[in-house]
Design a protein around this ligand. Sequence first.
Ligand SMILES: Cc1cc2nc3c(=O)[nH]c(=O)nc-3n(C[C@H](O)[C@H](O)[C@H](O)COP(=O)(O)O)c2cc1C
Length: 229
Amino acid sequence: MKILVLNGSPKREQSDTMHITRAFLDGMNDFCAQEIKTVHVIDKHIEYCTGCFACMHNGGTCMHDDDMREILNDVLASELLLFSFPLYSYGMPAPLKALLDRTLPLSSMAMQKVGERYAHVGQADVSRLRCLMICGCGFPNSRHNFEPAVAQFKLCFRGDSTVITVPESPMFNAPQASVVTVPRLALVKQAGLQFAETGRVDEALLAEIGTPMIPEETYAAIVNGNTGK
Ligand SMILES: Cc1cc2nc3c(=O)[nH]c(=O)nc-3n(C[C@H](O)[C@H](O)[C@H](O)COP(=O)(O)O)c2cc1C
């Protein structure tokens, strides 16, 4: 499968979240060899959308001649678009949001009712493209934290898109936390294998992956420098 990974972390390969993403891709590769291209969004020149809507009328060409042209070609050539990003202010980091806004040329101005809401009619054929979100965050709680990012992703893409969220993700970059991070990454790898095999991941497995790796209070105490010693 042709996979385009959009890494929204400014930490590039050092990203906490990319540990989760790499484990997921390892699982997919265990099923069969995948063709993976990773874009570190922070390194790309992506102007902000100016809201002129010209791209929605002219067959899909944006007024900005920047790296987004190549990225849109990569999106159209992909079968799976994997958004890998840390939670920033309950959403995605600004460079990735700029990229998301700049996918507007894929839509036309026309809108249609989809279930209970409206969505723009595609200007490009993205019917074979599936989308997946992997998001890490710094707090130990998932509830009252990930919801805005998940809702945005599911509204922008298909409502049944697979979403993986993992709290306490700075632990993935802490070797002393390997006793809990290694088993968690093994679960994520299992999810990747399942996704490659069946196109989806069990709800129970997603829920297990989304639980804190250590108790919330312990994590908060460690972050606060209060380990009780
Ligand atoms: C500007 C900024 C905003 C953040 N907002 C949140 C947030 O809303 N909720 C949360 O749990 N963590 C938040 N964090 C913490 C990051 O999500 C966390 O450090 C994450 O592990 C970083 O992942 P990365 O290494 O993949 O970039 C924020 C961090 C930054 C720098």
